[in-house]
Design a protein around this ligand. Structure first.
Ligand SMILES: [Ca+2]
Ligand SMILES: [Ca+2]
Length: 487
C-alpha cells in the first residue's frame, strides 16, 4: 500500500518574540528539522511503557522523542552518564528545536538510578556539606566543574562553569520506577488535558498551613501576587488560625483533595521526606494518599515543606512522589524542595512559579525555569540562593499548562467518512486558535492552528482502509478526538 502523502503542511510561523515560551509555544517546535519538540529520557526498561504518553503528546501537537539512558551512553562521549545526558540535551535544544526536556525516571542517592540526577555540593547551615540533586545542570551550557575534580557545582571552585536556565526550554522530572507508574501517570496526563473539570477547579487556589501564624504572609502572597494572575479566582485558607476554622489535619487534607474544589494548592509548614506535617501532630504519608478519590481532578501543588520533594533518596517514595504516582488520584505535578528550604529562595520560587505559569501562560516546565532565571543574578552572589536554585524542582510533566481558566470542550465536526484520493479535508469546530493535529495509520502527521471561526483545511491524498485521526486541543480547551474512516 502506498503511504499517504500530504501535499502541503500548514504550519504556523512560529515567530519568536522576546518572551520565552509565548502562548503559542505549543507550535514552536514545528519549524524544527526533526520532530523533537519534547525529548523524554528514560531508563531502557521503561522505554516501551512511555510510548502511549508520547503518542498522546503527538496528538496534541507536541511530538516526543524517547531516548534511553543506554542509547545516550552509547552515542555521546563524556566522562560520565550525567555529562553525556547534558550534552545530548544541549544538542537537542541547540540544534533540533527541542523545547521541553522530560527526565522520565526516578533517581537514587549518589547520582544513580533510572535517570540519575547530577549531585552538586553545597554547604549546609550547620557547616557540613550536602550533595543536592540538581536537574537544572542538564540545561546548562557548561559542565559545572571548572576545577575538574569530579565534584560538581562547588560554590567557590566551580563558579566559572555554573550557569542557570534562561527559561527558553522547560524541564521537569517524572520520578517513576515501574511500567505501572508510567501507565498511571500517562492516564492522569490525558485526563488533565482532555477531561479537566469545567467548574471553578481551575481558578480556586487553596493555601494550607500547619503554622497558623503564617496565614498573614500567605494572604499577602495572594493579594499582591496570585490574585493578579488568577483573575476572578477564589482563595481558600486552611488552617486553625482562622476564625471558626477546623484544624488542618489529615482528615481535612483528604477532604480538600477529594472535594475537587481547588485545582491549585500551596502547602506551607513542616515536612519530612515521607510526609507533610499538619496540625494535631499528624503527618500526611502515602497511606493517606492511598485514601484519595479525586479521579479526573488532579491539582497542581507547590510546597515549601522541607524534604517533601527528596526524590533521590534510596528509600522511596517521598511524599511528593507518592502524590505523582498514585493511580487515578493525587496530584498532576508538584514543585517541592528536595532538601531543607532556605528563607527567601524557596518561598520566592513558589510565588514566581505561579506568576510565570498563569501570568505569562507558559508551561509548568518553562515557568519553573523562568524562576531559575529570575534567581540567577542573586544565585551568582549568594551561596544560599544558589542552593535554592538547585534544590527546588518540578516533579511532573513540564509540558502541561497550569490551566488559568476552566477549559471548554469544543464541538468538532468533519465528514463521517472519506473517499480515497485527493481531497481537501475541512474540519469545523467552535474552538478558534486551537491546535489541530491530523494523523493516519501510516505515519502521516500534520499540525495547524484553527482560524478565527475554529476551522481548518487539510489538503490530503488518502488511501483506502486507513483511518484519519483529528485532535483539537489547546491551553483553554479539553482535547477532543475525531476519527474518520477512508472507504
Ligand atoms: Ca569541582
Ligand atoms: Ca525517588
Amino acid at each position: 500500500m502506498k503511504p499517504v502523502l500530504l501535499f502541503a503542511c500548514l504550519t504556523l510561523s512560529a515567530t519568536r518574540i522576546g518572551l520565552a515560551h509565548p502562548e503559542h509555544e505549543f507550535m514552536a517546535g514545528l519549524t524544527a528539522p526533526s520532530p523533537a519538540t519534547v525529548l523524554l529520557i528514560t531508563p531502557p526498561e521503561l522505554a516501551e511503557a512511555w510510548k502511549p504518553f508520547a503518542a498522546w503528546k503527538k496528538q496534541i501537537g507536541k511530538p516526543v522523542r524517547i531516548l534511553s539512558t543506554k542509547q545516550i551512553a552509547e552515542r555521546y562521549e563524556a566522562p560520565d552518564l550525567q555529562e553525556k545526558i547534558r550534552r545530548c540535551i544541549r544538542n537537542h535544544t541547540d540544534h533540533l528545536g527541542t523545547r521541553w526536556i522530560i527526565l522520565g525516571g526516578d533517581s537514587r542517592e549518589n547520582g544513580t538510578g533510572g535517570v540519575p540526577d547530577r549531585d552538586t555540593l553545597h554547604r549546609t547551615k550547620s557547616g557540613d556539606y550536602d550533595a543536592v540533586p540538581t536537574d537544572i545542570y542538564y540545561l546548562s551550557k557548561k559542565d559545572w566543574d571548572s576545577d575538574n575534580d569530579g565534584i560538581y557545582g562547588e560554590w567557590e571552585d566551580d563558579r566559572e562553569s555554573i550557569d542557570y536556565p534562561d527559561g527558553d526550554v522547560g524541564l521537569g522530572r517524572i520520578p517513576v520506577r515501574t511500567a505501572e507508574d508510567v501507565r498511571a501517570y500517562t492516564n492522569k496526563v490525558i485526563a488533565y488535558e482532555s477531561g479537566y473539570p469545567g467548574s471553578d477547579f481551575a481558578t480556586s487556589m487553596a493555601y494550607t498551613s500547619s503554622v497558623p501564624s503564617a496565614l498573614d504572609a500567605l494572604q499577602t502572597d495572594w493579594d499582591t501576587h496570585l490574585s493578579k494572575v488568577l483573575k476572578g479566582g477564589l482563595v481558600r485558607h486552611l488552617s486553625s488560625g482562622q476564625q471558626n476554622a477546623k484544624p488542618f489535619n489529615s482528615a481535612n487534607w483528604i477532604n480538600l483533595i477529594n472535594g475537587r474544589e481547588s485545582g491549585k494548592i500551596h502547602m506551607h509548614g513542616g515536612g519530612l521526606h515521607h510526609g507533610w506535617l499538619l496540625e494535631d501532630d499528624t503527618v500526611i504519608t502515602f497511606s493517606h494518599v492511598a485514601q484519595l478519590r479525586n479521579e479526573g481532578a488532579y491539582p497542581f501543588i507547590t510546597t515549601t515543606s522541607c524534604f517533601t520533594g527528596e526524590f533521590d533518596r534510596g528509600e522511596d517514595p517521598s511524599i511528593a512522589e507518592s502524590m505523582i504516582r498514585q493511580p487515578k488520584a493525587g496530584a498532576i505535578a508538584i514543585v517541592a524542595p528536595s532538601r531543607a528550604g532556605r528563607h527567601g529562595g524557596t518561598n520566592l520560587s513558589m510565588t514566581r512559579f505561579w506568576e510565570h505559569g498563569l501570568g505569562k501562560k507558559v508551561s509548568a516546565g518553562a515557568a519553573m525555569m523562568l524562576v531559575k532565571a529570575d534567581l540567577a543574578p542573586e544565585a551568582l552572589k549568594s551561596a544560599d540562593l544558589h542552593f535554592s536554585t538547585c534544590g527546588v524542582n518540578l516533579l511532573g510533566d513540564p509540558t502541561l499548562g497550569l490551566r488559568g481558566t476552566a477549559p471548554r470542550t469544543p464541538s468538532v465536526a468533519g465528514p463521517k467518512k472519506l473517499p480515497a484520493g485527493n481531497l481537501s479535508l475541512v474540519i469545523e469546530s467552535d474552538a478558534p486558535h486551537s491546535i489541530v493535529s491530523l494523523q493516519d495509520d501510516f505515519g502521516l502527521y500534520a499540525v495547524t492552528v484553527s482560524d478565527e471561526s475554529g476551522n481548518v483545511v487539510f489538503p490530503l491524498n488518502v488511501v483506502e482502509e486507513s483511518t484519519i485521526t483529528i485532535t483539537v486541543s489547546g491551553p483553554e480547551y479539553n482535547a477532543v478526538t475525531l476519527q474518520i474512516p477512508v472507504q
